[in-house]
Design a protein around this ligand. Structure first.
Ligand code: XIL
Length: 411
């Protein structure tokens, strides 16, 4: 009920004060709206109440250099992940050099605001520095990988909630029997690079949850079903060989125009649970590049997907963290050349829009976080949802004000 009321308040506040005109009249245009999503109404407070981690990808220069961004991140999440600052290209300016400035800034920010950090990532086929090709060879590749992991995971040992040890290693289209993706690491070290990386990570940081992270494993399409199966096989192989792996990251770059993920992913999460593994939703965002309609209609569809997807995932007791890939549409990677909308409009893919206003997706996401309690912590099955009363069955649908009731004249 409160959510519904907040949503109404939000929409009517926005309608009464169109942002630009309102901004001209007041010093802080966002204050009334942000009050509805702050403090005990934040994602962070709601997640804390469920014992859930809620996080977002962050950029260090913005945390420290842009107060509005910093305070939003401090207030809304209890877990940070560097969007790029802990990747090889950021940390390794030269073969014999490490640059930890950005990564350290994130650690300091998190410590200051009582937040956890997950590391992303120690080994990936992308974000390889320019010097790599001429320097790393079959002879020294193992040493480079192990030394990198010892240095990076070692530096933050005891401080990380988890590490993405290996990112995106499966590609069923590679044509290999083991479905491993063609990558510099595979070329230079061979398939063992994966276990090598996990062992090195465990040695460097015995407490971080060691994670395998991948994308396009969410949906019930033939391709994604196949890839999900291959990820499971990889995890089984690793477990059987005694490789220290604790969790799988399901990236969750969803598209609003695709049918939502469902039973296949649910089974996958449960299978991992039976193997004693945790699952993290690591990079959630909702691509709406092919979606037509008004902003309100687009927002409603995006919000529905947040609600449905996060509700399904947090109903599983071994799903212990949900992170969005950014917090505000202002800086989403989805506005880049590859994923931008054809009409040039900014993507509305995250809980806060590019003016740092909460989108309907925020409220949908927060309701989904709350639903973990209804699902119970051990059943693994979602309890039926409560219907929210209103002028539509869908609480995130575009709001159409009802005509005012005729005044009744007291007798
Ligand atoms: C993306 C970042 O968001 C971009 O800023 C960067 O240019 C490329 O990488 N899967 C991952 C992330 O694991 O590291 C990617 O992040 C998005 C896809």
């Amino acid at each position: 009920m409160r959510t519904r009321r907040e949503f109404f308040r939000l929409v009517s506040a926005a309608a009464a004060f169109p942002p630009i005109a309102y901004a001209r009249r007041t010093k802080d245009a966002h204050a009334p709206v942000l009050a509805n999503v702050s403090g005990d109404r934040s994602l962070r407070a709601h997640a804390d109440a469920q014992g859930l981690l809620v996080g977002c990808a962050v950029v260090p220069e913005r945390l420290t250099g842009e107060p509005a961004y910093g305070s939003l991140v401090a207030e809304q999440v209890n877990l940070l992940v560097p969007e790029n600052a802990m990747k090889w290209a950021a940390l390794r300016p030269a073969p014999d050099k490490f640059d930890f400035r950005g990564a350290d800034e994130i650690m300091a920010f998190a410590a200051e605001h009582g937040q956890k950090v997950r590391g992303h990532n120690l080994c990936w086929h992308e974000s390889i520095p320019a010097w790599f090709a001429g320097t790393v060879t079959k002879e020294n590749a193992q040493q480079f990988l192990i030394q990198h992991i010892q240095t990076v995971a070692g530096r933050y040992a005891g401080k990380m909630q988890s590490w993405d040890v290996v990112n995106e290693a499966i590609d069923p289209k590679s044509g290999r029997a083991d479905s491993l993706r063609k990558s510099p690491w595979l070329d230079l070290i061979g398939p063992d690079y994966i276990e090598l990386a996990f062992h090195a990570a465990r040695q460097a940081d015995p407490t971080a949850l060691l994670t395998y992270n991948d994308y396009a494993i969410e949906h019930d399409t033939p391709d994604e079903r196949e890839k999900r199966g291959q990820v499971l096989m990889l995890v089984r192989r690793l477990k059987a060989r005694g490789v220290p792996i604790d969790a799988v990251g399901v990236q969750s770059h969803l598209s609003v125009t695709d049918p939502p993920p469902g039973a296949g992913l649910q089974e996958f999460v449960r299978e991992l649970r039976s193997m004693g593994m945790q699952v993290f939703v690591t990079e959630l965002d909702v691509n709406e590049r092919k979606l037509d309609g008004s902003v309100a209609e687009r927002d409603a569809a995006i919000a529905r997907l947040y609600k449905e997807y996060v509700t399904m995932m947090v109903a599983e007791p071994n799903v212990s963290a949900v992170l969005t890939w950014g917090i505000t549409d202002r800086y989403t990677w989805l506005n880049g050349p590859k994923y931008g909308r054809a009409d040039g409009k900014p993507q509305r893919c995250l809980p806060f829009d590019s003016d740092y206003q909460p989108a309907p997706a925020f409220f949908a996401y927060r309701d989904a976080i709350d639903s973990r309690r209804r699902a119970g912590s051990t059943s693994g099955a979602a309890a039926p949802e409560k219907k929210t009363p209103g002028n539509s069955d869908d609480p995130y649908a575009p709001f159409t004000p009802k005509p005012a009731a005729p005044r009744t004249v007291p007798q």
